[in-house]
Design a protein around this ligand. Sequence first.
Ligand SMILES: C[S@@+](CC[C@H](N)C(=O)[O-])C[C@H]1O[C@@H](n2cnc3c(N)ncnc32)[C@H](O)[C@@H]1O
Length: 248
Amino acid sequence: MSARGAAPAGVQGEEQISRWVRGMFDGVAPRYDLLNHVLSMNVDKYWRWRTVRALRAVLTRPGALAIDLCCGSGDLLIALGKAAGARVMGSDFSHQMLRQASAKVAGKGLRSPVFEADALRLPLAGSSAGLLTCAFGFRNLVNYRKGLAEMLRVLEPGGTAAILEFSTPQNPLFRRFYEFYSLKVLPRIGAALSPNPDAYKYLPDSVRKFPGADELASEMRVAGFADVSFTRMTFGVVALHIGRKPGP
Ligand SMILES: C[S@@+](CC[C@H](N)C(=O)[O-])C[C@H]1O[C@@H](n2cnc3c(N)ncnc32)[C@H](O)[C@@H]1O
């Protein structure tokens, strides 16, 4: 992969980057939902809805365990919980994000527990989950290959992984508009609304450095996933990658 993991400006070493990313999300947690919906003009809700729809067959399998990695404030976790016959749990390494998630899950009357964990070292037995999702979290992992390997370890044979992430729009005209928005407009809105303006400089930078959809798909295949496919949404602003752990 051209980029091997999150690389915030001026921070070096996996441990330091991981700590920086966690601290940054702890800092933005109270305003995260507001900024998410404002900056995406609410389209993020549509992306999560499409993700749940694509996973409906796995989600309605009785007894299956679904875990939303990097669940943040819980929006995908809640959408999965509403759709599922499966048991759904969320995990994240930001304590403050998890506090938001727990409160929101309880407010919706759902029973989807959350637990604090690094997605690169999940406290889960091998082959224990039928579905792993990760929405806008994978890009922030300090090591993408370790992230994919950990997903494969935890998935049961035949289990599904779904990664929803920002990507690069393919149409050159739209790409220019999107670059202008994400490099010039987004950091200003972030600075005005967030207690941590640096976070909203990191966001467009991390999106720019993240591998394109084709590259991520081939990296998933190299990691050992089968039946890898992806769907671009909203002119390629995001892509949903789905892969399966080989097995029955
Ligand atoms: C942009 S937010 C996305 C949150 C949520 N999934 C959503 O769709 O809104 C990224 C989340 O990934 C989490 N994260 C980043 N690296 C992580 C890691 N190594 N382990 C666990 N969580 C991580 C952050 O704490 C943050 O809550």
